[in-house]
Design a protein around this ligand. Structure first.
Ligand code: MLT
Length: 326
């Protein structure tokens, strides 16, 4: 009796294995959805659309971008954590994957357990920018003005867990002045209000601010990287401008739901590497103040290790700032 049960079990396992292998071999056989956990038109969306275009070519399969904004990126990230692990739903997310665990005590997913890791994509500098007619002419004046008008000044972000929220929290802690924050579903919509003068300033990624800065449509006070950004050579670092060691770089990674078969993850990681070497991707990233990561970082192991380090780094900082979303 036992033998026939063991035989049946073995047959089932072999059959399941053969099905998974067949699935992986003909993957991708239909359109892939790349979820962006912020509104269209923002920096994450910009990176995603460039990446999706180049990865589509490598996979010979269409990749469509779906914007799922809200709750600082956690709605979209949660959507992918719960998606079918078949390789047809992937997530492009950024540093917010590492700050959400400290901000959301009831986060409906675990960034270190509920995903398969495809690879790191790029690291994007941030810029402190303001509406064109904001009075302060430089960073020194900005600090004085913000402190003198702390009940009037408004700061835009994309919700708790967003990069703009993280940068804003660090900025307010550094100058010892809490400000009124205006949350959006992404810094794409926030930029529209900055251009229209409905909000005063924000910290946003160069992928969203470089063209507006160059066109003179917004003011810029500094970049949040250790060294100046080649695409914005005349903009000082905040460290130079008077905020010692202020550094925030928005890294981006590509994820799939936990349980996505390894051969599928490997195909996605291989396509990511091809995309990061694509001439158009490299040129557009450079125009927008960033660059693809080195290929040895566009791997599942590199992304998971980086994510773990960043969760360990930002957790204590955010807990000390006493910022919670729930
Ligand atoms: C976006 O794509 O809208 C931004 O990444 C939002 C943010 O993280 O600040």
């Amino acid at each position: 009796m036992r033998r026939s049960t063991a035989t049946r079990l073995l047959t089932l396992v072999l059959a399941l294995g053969a099905t998974a292998l067949a699935h992986a071999q003909d993957y991708p056989s239909k359109v892939i959805t790349m979820v962006v956990p912020f509104a269209a038109g923002g920096p994450t969306d910009t990176v995603a659309r460039l990446l999706a275009q180049a990865m589509s070519g490598a996979l010979k399969q269409q990749i469509i971008v779906e914007n799922v904004g809200g709750a600082g990126g956690t709605l979209g990230a949660g959507r992918v954590a719960r998606a079918a692990p078949d390789g047809y739903t992937i997530l492009l997310h950024h540093i917010g994957q590492s700050t959400a665990p400290a901000l959301y005590r009831k986060l409906p997913y675990d960034p270190l357990k509920d995903y398969e890791y495809i690879g790191l994509v790029t690291e994007v500098p941030m810029t402190l920018v303001a509406r064109k007619d904001f009075p302060p002419k430089d960073f020194k004046e900005l600090i004085a003005y913000v402190k003198a008008n702390k009940d009037k000044v408004t700061y835009a972000n994309a919700g708790l867990g967003s990069a703009s929220h993280l940068c804003g929290t660090l900025f307010m802690s550094a100058i010892g002045t809490p400000l009124t924050t205006v949350p959006y579903k992404g810094t794409g919509p926030a930029m529209n209000d900055l251009l229209g003068g409905q909000v005063d300033f924000m910290c946003d990624q160069t992928t969203n601010t470089t063209s507006q800065i160059r066109a003179g449509k917004i003011k810029v006070y500094g970049v949040t990287t250790k060294t100046r950004v080649p695409a914005l050579p005349d903009v000082p670092t905040l460290h130079e401008a008077g905020l010692p060691n202020f550094e925030v770089t928005v890294w981006h990674g590509l994820y799939a739901p936990k349980g996505t078969p390894k051969p599928v993850v490997d195909k996605l990681s291989a396509a990511l590497k091809v995309a990061l070497q694509d001439a158009t991707v490299k040129q557009r990233f450079a125009d927008l103040g960033t660059e693809p990561v080195a290929l040895d970082r566009a791997t599942p192991e590199a992304l998971r290790e980086h994510l773990k380090r960043e969760i360990d780094k930002w957790g204590p900082i955010l807990k000390q700032a006493g910022v919670y979303a729930d």
